[in-house]
Design a protein around this ligand. Structure first.
Ligand SMILES: Cc1cc2nc3c(=O)[nH]c(=O)nc-3n(C[C@H](O)[C@H](O)[C@H](O)COP(=O)(O)O)c2cc1C
Length: 194
């Protein structure tokens, strides 16, 4: 039997550093992210594995006008739940997010397995997107908060909610603050079977 090739390379350690080092970023610098970089990240992201190569994703890059409408919606949602002060506060904090990307996944109402696999593929693509940007020094935050489940979002962004559902709204920008994170011990989530 042949011996497996050595895997201990600088490139592999770099990949590990990238995967481990990416953090969800909540606070961003007031610095625009080059549009070309974001397009490149989307272009690379869709090389995620997807069963039957269905390419189930759609990426929407939100411009200032659309973001303004999302801020209105966010404020409405929070105001209805927690009152006007909380609504205005949330709007103010969301208005500081430099870049807005919405990813949707196509619906397959008659095929539960397909829809599940498509959603999994979209999640892989979202991770690709986030890692690509992280390598370029850009942080992201994937949210599935109430705005992503509000039917009004579809008409703001212009997608057919009967055909697509939201995978996530992802903000991107240069990090102002990078938080620490931890994970449990490997032994707690890994089972080696004989
Ligand atoms: C599907 C999905 C939905 C998420 N939704 C939210 C969210 O609504 N609000 C939020 O603060 N973080 C959200 N996050 C980010 C997680 O909170 C974050 O990944 C987690 O805290 C681990 O931090 P890390 O990404 O820096 O490792 C979401 C992440 C995923 C994968």
């Amino acid at each position: 039997m042949k011996k497996a090739p050595s895997y201990e390379t600088a490139e592999l350690r770099e990949v590990e550093r990238l995967i481990r080092g990416r953090r969800t970023i909540d606070q961003y610098l007031e610095l625009p992210v080059p549009e070309e970089l974001v397009r490149e990240a989307i272009d690379a992201a869709r090389w995620a594995p997807n069963h039957h190569v269905t390419e189930p994703w759609h990426f929407y890059l939100l411009g200032p006008e659309c973001v303004g409408q999302c801020l209105d919606l966010c404020q409405d949602i929070v105001t209805a739940k927690k009152g006007p002060e909380a609504g205005a506060f949330k709007r103010e904090s969301w208005s500081k997010k430099p870049g807005w990307l919405l990813m949707t996944c196509r619906r397959s109402p008659d095929d539960e397995l397909l829809e599940r696999e498509d959603y999994a593929a979209c999640s892989a693509a979202m991770q690709n997107f986030m890692l690509y940007l992280w390598k370029a020094g850009v942080g992201t935050k994937w949210t599935t908060g109430p705005i992503t489940r509000d039917p009004r979002l579809a008409s703001i962004v212009g997608f057919d909610a009967e055909k697509e559902f939201v995978v996530g709204l992802t903000w991107y920008g240069y990090p102002k603050l990078t938080p620490e994170q931890k994970r449990t011990e490997l032994g707690e989530i890994l089972t080696q079977l004989p």
